[in-house]
Design a protein around this ligand. Structure first.
Ligand code: ZN
Length: 311
């Protein structure tokens, strides 16, 4: 089986993002986070577990490299730095760009990556931020560039400048790119096909210069962060039990999460890299998992059905 990872203009990109795995009002453990809800006028304590995942951004394989659970009272950023320290050491050459949402748009995180020779792309949000104001002011006087993706029926206008030094405390000048993206869709409305348009705007700040990545590459990388939402969290939660607590114990929670991520990576690799296209016709990833499960029925350990399951 060969494993080659897709890159964007020669650069490998990984995303970091947080996720809440499960919550319970009945069970807790020493590593739970807690919140108080008001239900029927009464305060109720809910325990929950969140984690941050580092995930390669790619074309087909959804590949999570590692996960770090939040400790009680801890925020996403603290867990993410702990995770990235471990990932940078364990996979020093797997990727050279980290992409993250606006929560990570600040000097400590960007400098943390610069110090470890990684590039950063972060969503640049917040009108109170000097960098955002500077970029807005400059772009207001510039005509945008433009590209059109006929396949996706998408038109992208973009403004892209580098050399911004107004991100307080960041060790290096940053580049900012803003996009206005219009997607045309044909929708069935009241029995008739109609053309609709939806426009969204995005801004990213990055340590990558224009020479190091084109506007289109930066746009792909920035939106690649959605892979972690779609391929990792949503798919795994909807179909593969990511958000189910099989055993509410801190070590078990971490081990089962990692096992799920490894199993999902192996299953995708087998499906996409090993099965011939003809064999994949009519066989979904879930269908393959069911076939494998059926094949394993005969070799299940005695008593496997009675394994403890937390609600
Ligand atoms: Zn717990």
């Amino acid at each position: 089986m060969s494993l080659t990872f897709p890159c964007i203009e020669g650069r490998y990109v990984a995303a970091v993002d947080g996720h809440e795995f499960f919550s319970s009002r009945k069970r807790c453990c020493p590593q739970c986070q807690t919140r108080t809800l008001t239900i029927e006028g009464q305060p109720v304590t809910e325990s929950y577990h969140q984690g941050v995942v580092c995930h390669l951004v790619g074309e087909d394989l959804a590949l999570a490299l590692d996960v770090e659970l939040f400790r009680p009272g801890e925020g996403e950023r603290t867990a993410a730095l702990r995770l990235l320290k471990r990932v940078f050491a364990a996979y020093p050459r797997f990727f050279d760009v980290v992409v993250a949402d606006a929560l990570y748009f600040d000097a400590p995180f960007i400098n943390f990556c610069i110090d470890r020779n990684k590039h950063v792309i972060v969503t640049a949000k917040g009108d109170h931020r000097l960098l955002v104001q500077d970029a807005k002011g400059l772009f207001a006087h510039q005509p945008p560039g433009r590209w059109v993706d006929e396949k996706d029926r998408r038109t992208v206008h973009f403004w892209d400048e580098e050399g911004f030094t107004s991100c307080e405390g960041v060790k290096r000048p940053l580049r900012v790119m803003r996009t206005e993206e219009t997607v045309r869709r044909r929708e069935r409305i009241a029995g008739r096909w109609e053309e609709t348009e939806a426009t969204t705007t995005w801004s990213w700040a990055t340590t990558l210069s224009k020479r190091q990545m084109s506007p289109r590459g930066l746009w792909r990388s920035g939106h690649g962060r959605w892979d972690i939402e779609n391929d990792c969290f949503n798919t795994l939660a909807a179909h593969w039990g990511l958000d189910h607590c099989f055993k509410h114990e801190p070590t078990a929670i971490g081990d089962l999460l990692l096992t799920s991520l490894i199993a999902y990576a192996l299953l995708q690799a087998f499906y996409l890299r090993n099965l011939k296209p003809a064999a994949r016709t009519g066989l979904t990833l879930i269908g393959l998992a069911r076939e494998l499960d059926r094949g394993l029925v005969g070799c299940r350990a005695p008593g496997a059905e009675s394994l403890a399951r937390a609600p």
